[in-house]
Design a protein around this ligand. Sequence first.
Ligand code: ZN
Length: 507
Amino acid sequence: MTRPPEVGALRARMAELSDLHSVSMLLFWDQQTMMPPAGAAARGERAATVALAIHARESDPELGALLDRLEPWAAGEDPDSDDVRLVQWTRRDFEKSVRVPAELAAEISKAKALGQQAWQEARAANDFSLFRDALAHQIELRHRYVACFEGHAHPYDALLDEFEPGLTTAELRPLFAELRDALVPLVAAAGDPDQPRNDGAFHGTFGVDAQRVAVLDVLEGLGFDPDSWRLDAALHPFASALATTDVRITTKYDEQDFAVALYSALHEFGHGLYEANVDRRLFRTTLDDPVSLGVHESQSRMWENVVGRSRPFCAWLRTRLADALPAALNGLDVDGLYRAVNTVQPSLVRTEADETTYNLHIILRFELELALTEGTLSVDELPAAWDEGMQRLLGVEVTGPADGVLQDVHWSAGLVGYFPTYTLGNLIASQMWDRLRDDLPDVDDLLERGEFAPLREWLREHVHRHGRKFPPRELLRRVTRNDLSVDPFLRYLREKLSDSGVLARAA
Ligand code: ZN
């Protein structure tokens, strides 16, 4: 069948939406990196107008009518064509957008600002009671949001779908239980709560300017192209891209610990590379975005951990830093550096957790979110459940809500179902790495020599170029021929902890 004129009409609408999303992202990037603090209120107004313009286009009844006319045509076309996938994704986004009544959407948006304000106050005062009502309201709003949708086997499925399209609670629950049962004894065997992070490596006093030079030098070795990438400082590092030729990553600097800037930058480089490598054919189609938070996170964790904490990378990093910031190495040889960056410290705060303990922080949040969604846990019972979980999973005593139940911003903004994507990222990264190693058996030698191009090209070919054309489950099958699994991650972790001597040393 010939391509009907409605395809052109759909693409024109999507190009506009893509532009508006990009403007919205630019406002966010500027707010996080450049904007003077007093600009916040005015920026809120500008951003809200752009968000309204996006919502109006996404839920436009004429878009629905256009899709009605296109779907019979799409059913007879190549299911892998860009246009057919575009029709499918646009239908999904349209249905999600129109099912939530405008009144509820407005209430959700308002609760986000109020929730974050209450959370900030409660956290500063180390007092959960100041956050209790705002959180209860957020949970109630989540229940009302879930009720807008039909056909989910579990109410949490509707929340997961926001961040990881198609993922279900029935899939996630046994996967996370298996991971928990393997990690708890591993952390108990390898962990040392009294050890500093990255024991012995990267500690010292380093000025921000010198750190930035060193970080840029490392990033340029990996493939950061100054003609189309930027590196800026941000309190909470993130990456965003306005186009494949305009990639912005951020990092943060701790003048006593170079690891903060280095590993944040490696992490955001992975996110940025995904965005930089999306096929240009998809530009302004709305398919030119990463497909899900889990897959996005798999790319950042791969560069931060699978690459960034490997022995061959440590060897390359050592020579690179020997010129740029020699004091950061504290005289460590390759083995010393490799062991230091893989040490295990059970601790209170998720964002500071090492690779081994990290997923237990996520599993705790997943268990609590499920219970809150199912109604088996009340908001009043949450702090005690948190403290009990930290003891049970990580063996640490919570000292107060600021470093306990109040430590993350997510729930204050109504983001429930988001946390699991961090762990999905770790699982997917290992699954993909196994496949990558089959295709590039000499990858360790390449890393040690600082030849990152074959690795970038493999990721571009198998993952990045597709943007969000294929849903996450389908993409994972195409790349790895498998579904989600915890085995590759656990094997990777055990091997690394043994090989680096972290497990033997603790035993
Ligand atoms: Zn990330």
